[in-house]
Design a protein around this ligand. Structure first.
Ligand SMILES: [Zn+2]
Length: 133
């Protein structure tokens, strides 16, 4: 019981009004004994409106960021496919350009390094678009 009161006292903000009434400042913006219900309601309504404004604003910003990130994710997916598109295009139109890259140690080494770089950039791009809002 005592502990409960102490815990409540921490959260409460006891205020003494000019007429000597004690009230909880964390619940009432003005003294509930000196002010009628109507006035209290208008104060409470104002506080609620401010809070809902803030929540709405935050949701708006979150939505905006998510939209931008979705666009960037799509961009990343397209950019990830570009190297394969180029390889495919060159391989079909003039396969002799790709011949030196396959079937010999130097070419295979170069392509292996290129694949490694490609993998690293994919990982980096993924990290960039993975922002938690
Ligand atoms: Zn009062």
């Amino acid at each position: 019981m005592l502990e409960e009161c102490a815990a409540k006292g921490e959260r409460m903000k006891l205020i003494r009004c000019e007429n000597g009434h004690l009230y909880d400042g964390s619940i009432y913006p003005v003294c509930p004994h000196c002010n009628d219900n109507e006035k209290l309601e208008s104060y409470r309504g104002r506080a609620d409106a401010q809070l809902s404004d803030k929540i709405r604003e935050k949701a708006e910003v979150t939505r905006e960021i998510e939209t931008v990130m979705a666009a960037k994710r799509l961009e990343m997916n397209i950019m990830n496919l570009v190297p394969f598109g180029i390889l495919l295009y060159v391989g079909i139109s003039s396969p002799e350009f790709l011949e030196p890259l396959y079937g010999n140690p130097v070419g295979a080494g170069i392509m292996t390094v290129a694949l490694g770089v490609y993998g690293c950039t994919c990982k980096m791009a993924e990290k960039m678009v993975k922002i938690q809002v």
